[in-house]
Ligand binder design. Sequence first.
Ligand SMILES: C[S@@+](CC[C@H](N)C(=O)[O-])C[C@H]1O[C@@H](n2cnc3c(N)ncnc32)[C@H](O)[C@@H]1O
Length: 240
Amino acid sequence: MLKLFCVGVGPGDPKLLTIKGKEIIESSDVVFAPIKSVHSESFALEIVRKIIDLDNKVVVKLIFPMTTKEDRLIPYWNKAYDEIRKNVLEGKNCVFLVEGDPLIYSTFNSILKIINEKKEFEVEIIPGISSFQIMSSRIKIPVVDGDEVLVIAPASYTESSGCRTAKLREDFPKILEIANTVFIMKAGRVINDIIQNKNGFDGFFGELCGTESEFITEINPELQNRANHYFSTVLLKKKG
Ligand SMILES: C[S@@+](CC[C@H](N)C(=O)[O-])C[C@H]1O[C@@H](n2cnc3c(N)ncnc32)[C@H](O)[C@@H]1O
């Protein structure tokens, strides 16, 4: 059966792309890459271009706007799916690139739901190293051990406007009750709230981990005054 590959290209360092992922991209005819708007670049594509020559391939950028409002997103998901479907059903070797891991807060998740629903072609997903994995390996502390509990959560809730609030999620104290380790994604805008509420936990801030611009530090009030990149994650580790 005809198949789409989805490759997680890791957090930024092209050497962290798996051998299998690299081989699949190299043998593809069509490379799909998600972008936020017509004028933006694809981070996943930039990672891949550093080690794979894409000149003899068709690169198709698929728009996934930065909103969580489903009624705005659905037409883009359907358009992206139709473009992928057309190429896969023509028998071309197609690969969809995702930064980090394809199944962790990713644009590909919405496409995967349509693929699973319509069952018009097969899909094979090649995992990638996720941002929380590269961050913890840089900080060099165990993520979880024994009976410990790991939670991965976005920093804030989605507002009805489709944007994320600049406020820390209300269930944050509940998360800290059960977790030994917490990775807070999309954390750049709520650092202050995290600092105020992280009682009993050590905290680290990681931005663009695994890239040449990597910045990792213990969380501190000065982080509120800098322009934190969207690719920012906070790691909280229970003390003791
Ligand atoms: C849309 S999600 C993508 C997650 C990605 N699929 C993964 O597996 O890491 C974007 C969020 O992931 C985190 N992130 C992605 N890449 C990162 C990096 N290189 N360093 C730190 N955090 C990163 C940030 O919290 C960012 O807001």
